[in-house]
Write a protein that binds this ligand. Structure first.
Ligand code: ADP
Length: 246
């Protein structure tokens, strides 16, 4: 006998974790947590837990990858074997290779790569726990790690997805909603410049639903942007406080 399809939105209009359709999962961000990195950030986005470390700009090795007119950004997105309920092989999968490229491309527009010829920046993203939307949470944390490394930027990049669950457009899908839901639209965005740097779509949406999803995702990005800026300021407030105490 076929199992009854799981309801993702109940009669009160609430989702499996009690959120309203346009509600974000709780987001916490912290910068400067890896002493060995030039810049680092940690994000908890719902049940996602992700670390990002930035190294550079430094001389690019191997040299044949150097560019005479710009800095090269290398990015590795990796999910720990214990990050999902069933052990994941630690070897990079096709999905991880693709996400490494997608995340790199989403972050590049914020950087003044032409100011750092022949150098490279390495960005390592380690997903410690995954629950849907890790590419977006990774972009939010990685952009903060780049800022923490002291790289001048056009704007911080913040990312959030919206999708369709039980025929309704909803913000920030978690894993179950992503798997059972009808569509997922991750968006990366520079709020000050009002520019989108990543737009993907998994599943099917009508043009009207697609517009609604993008608008909702951008509203979500703007809320996370405030948390991002606060995380950066907090680091400098702590340094300032330590200096006063000395
Ligand atoms: P994103 O994390 O950006 O939403 P996907 O849509 O590819 O990217 O993945 C959705 C979710 O599926 C992930 O966040 C994670 O929770 C889960 N997932 C991904 N890879 C695996 C895997 N190898 N085993 C179990 N779950 C996985």
């Amino acid at each position: 006998m076929n199992e009854k399809p799981k309801k993702l939105i109940n009669k009160k209009g609430l989702r499996l974790d009690g959120r309203k359709p346009d509600e974000l999962r709780p987001v916490k961000l912290k910068v400067g947590i890896l002493p060995n990195a030039d810049g680092s950030a940690y994000i908890e986005h719902g049940k996602n837990k992700i670390l990002a470390g930035a190294f550079g700009p430094r001389e690019m090795h191997p040299k044949h990858l150097q560019r005479a007119d710009r800095m090269v950004l290398r990015c590795r997105y990796h999910m720990a074997p214990f990050s999902v309920p069933e052990r994941k092989s630690p070897a990079p999968s096709r999905r991880e290779n693709e996400l490494s490229k997608v995340i790199r491309d989403a972050l590049l527009p914020s950087l003044f790569v032409e100011n750092y010829p022949r150098t490279g920046v390495d960005l390592y993203i380690e997903v410690l726990q995954a629950d849907g939307g890790t590419r977006c949470a990774s972009i939010t944390a990685a952009s903060l790690a780049l800022a923490d490394a002291g790289l001048p930027m056009r704007d911080l990049i913040v990312a959030c997805a919206a999708g369709k669950v039980d025929n309704k457009i909803a913000l920030d899908l978690m894993d179950t909603e992503d798997k059972i839901g009808a569509a997922d639209v991750p968006v990366a965005y520079m709020p000050n410049l009002n520019a989108v740097t990543l737009l993907q779509m998994d599943g099917k949406l009508s043009p009207k639903e697609f517009d609604e999803a993008i608008k909702m995702a951008i509203e979500g990005c703007k809320k996370i942007y405030d948390i991002q800026k606060e995380a950066l300021k907090t680091k400098y407030k702590i340094i300032e406080q330590e200096e006063v105490e000395e």
